[in-house]
Design a protein around this ligand. Structure first.
Ligand SMILES: Cc1cc2nc3c(=O)[nH]c(=O)nc-3n(C[C@H](O)[C@H](O)[C@H](O)COP(=O)(O)O)c2cc1C
Length: 177
């Protein structure tokens, strides 16, 4: 599945993805603590929806079979091709790799969750990442009891998804969506 991720397209063939496999249980627990901290901060920021948010399942760090961190490497400023006006194309490329990982996982019947509830500087410090690199995803991967028939956030009445027709415009931005 990491091979599938690594086949992703990337800006200027930058391949701005690094995968850190977490096999140490103590480290896994520390990562979980970082996410717990951010989960509480997110709940506080959500104000009147904080209790509702705290009831949602937003990570599977302690129970997943495989825990991966996806990070952008350092020295990304050397890559100018396709990024001069859009430097965020590094994140976009790494997200393509993560999506490949996601599709490969689902094709194998495995579940995957992308956890973004963490302080990237704290996680970088914990994993001894070089200055300038940046973790963008904690990936929880493995067998799951079942897949949700619809997006979980919709089933839990957190939000509703919008149809494709709301997202497609013709000859310029349309305001009536
Ligand atoms: C960029 C990105 C960040 C995400 N961050 C989180 C997160 O922090 N916590 C969470 O529960 N889901 C997060 N999700 C959503 C889940 O990873 C995912 O949609 C969910 O596990 C359902 O998986 P499925 O779409 O394969 O059914 C994120 C998704 C994306 C694309």
């Amino acid at each position: 599945m990491l091979q599938a991720a690594h086949q992703a397209g990337s800006v200027g063939l930058m391949q701005p993805w690094r995968f850190i496999r977490i096999t140490d249980h103590g480290l896994r627990r520390k990562i979980h603590q970082l996410v717990e901290q951010e989960r509480h901060l997110t709940a506080a920021a959500l104000q009147q929806r904080q209790d509702e948010f705290m009831r949602l399942k937003v990570e599977g760090i302690l129970e997943c079979a495989e825990l991966l961190i996806v990070a952008l490497p350092d020295q990304r400023e050397q890559h100018i091709f396709g990024r001069r006006t859009l430097p965020e194309m590094d994140v976009a490329s790494a997200a393509c790799a993560i999506q490949n990982l996601w599709l490969a996982s689902r094709a194998e019947g495995l579940g995957m969750g992308w956890v973004s509830l963490f302080d990237p500087d704290a996680l970088a410090l914990l994993l001894a990442m070089p200055k300038g690199s940046r973790p963008i995803a904690i990936i929880c991967l493995g067998h799951v009891a079942e897949f949700y028939p619809r997006p979980m956030l919709e089933m839990e009445n957190w939000t509703t998804s919008r149809p494709l027709s709301d997202m497609v415009f013709e000859n310029g931005w349309s305001d009536d969506s």
